[in-house]
Design a protein around this ligand. Structure first.
Ligand SMILES: C[S@@+](CC[C@H](N)C(=O)[O-])C[C@H]1O[C@@H](n2cnc3c(N)ncnc32)[C@H](O)[C@@H]1O
Length: 266
């Protein structure tokens, strides 16, 4: 197994969220047998902007009840469950980190929506699906960890059906310069592989996808700033808040930007 894969699995296994979620739901007085997917949204969306950003991307991607969606780098499965619960589509979540997939399955059982949802351990660089499998390939906050963006985009293009869309919500390099450390996706900079925004757009076009991009950096920084204040009031570990502060600072310094890109396969 590569050092990067081991490093990412370690990084993304550091913060088990199940005990935290159980405690928070109990505190809110929610009956453990009646937990709804939306009760988890404050905890299971591991990206800037939380559930509002997820809704925004879902509307832009034009997902329908009949759609088959692949959620790459699904993490705790927050978006996977959201897409199934709110839009009724069939969703498969894939993630490199086995502990995240275990948690995703457990949370999905907790809200009783296992039908129409699958979770697999797998890599964004070699997707475990046949060609033309999906109407939508979805990624939120994953490309910053990928060492080979060309392989990733080529895999997405392969797995999409004609007229399918790659819906992505990603932090990208806006200009050259030294990034701060830690960042939320990289406890050390060896784990960071954020690609330049222009390079990512070029890759999409070279794979015959038609990208439409929206720069959402300012809104994501505002959302993160509010999250940092709430983390600090709840006594979060300084290392965790430092990573989010570094991200906001890097974005405000013009080193990183956050884009939602919906890329259509003709
Ligand atoms: C910041 S989390 C985002 C999780 C989820 N997309 C969300 O927004 O809630 C990044 C996730 O990408 C996964 N990941 C990183 N590299 C990957 C790869 N090569 N293939 C699949 N998943 C990967 C990590 O294990 C982690 O769960």
């Amino acid at each position: 197994m590569s050092d990067l894969k081991l490093g990412l699995q370690e990084h993304y296994s550091r913060r088990p969220i199940l005990p935290l979620i159980r405690e928070q739901l109990q505190r809110k007085g929610i009956d453990p047998t009646q937990i709804r997917p939306e009760d988890l949204y404050p905890y299971d969306q591991s990206h800037a902007g939380g559930i509002a950003a997820t809704w925004q991307l879902a509307l832009r991607a034009g997902i329908e009840q009949s759609s088959v969606v692949v959620d790459i780098g699904c993490g705790f499965g927050g978006t996977t469950r959201f897409l199934r619960a709110e839009l009724g589509c069939r969703v498969v979540g894939v993630d490199l980190t086995p502990t995240r997939i275990q948690t995703a399955r457990e949370l999905t059982r907790m809200v009783r929506i296992e039908a129409g949802i699958d979770f697999l351990v797998g890599s964004a660089l070699a997707l475990p699906f046949p060609s033309e499998f999906a109407d939508v390939v979805w990624t939120q906050h994953v490309t910053m960890n990928l060492p080979d963006h060309a392989a990733f985009v080529s895999e997405c293009a392969r797995v999409l059906r004609p007229s399918g869309r790659l819906a992505s919500h990603e932090w990208l390099r806006q200009r050259d310069g030294e990034l701060p450390s830690p960042l939320p996706w990289a406890s050390t900079l060896e784990l960071n592989h954020a690609i330049a925004a222009r390079e990512f757009l070029d890759l999409l076009k070279r794979n015959h996808l038609e990208p439409e991009a929206e720069d959402v950096t300012a809104a994501m920084c505002d959302a993160l700033t509010a999250d940092i204040a709430s983390m600090e009031s709840q006594g979060a570990l300084p290392e965790r808040t430092a990573a989010f502060k570094n991200l906001v600072q890097a974005a405000r310094d013009g080193l990183l930007c956050c884009w939602m890109i919906v890329s259509r396969k003709p």
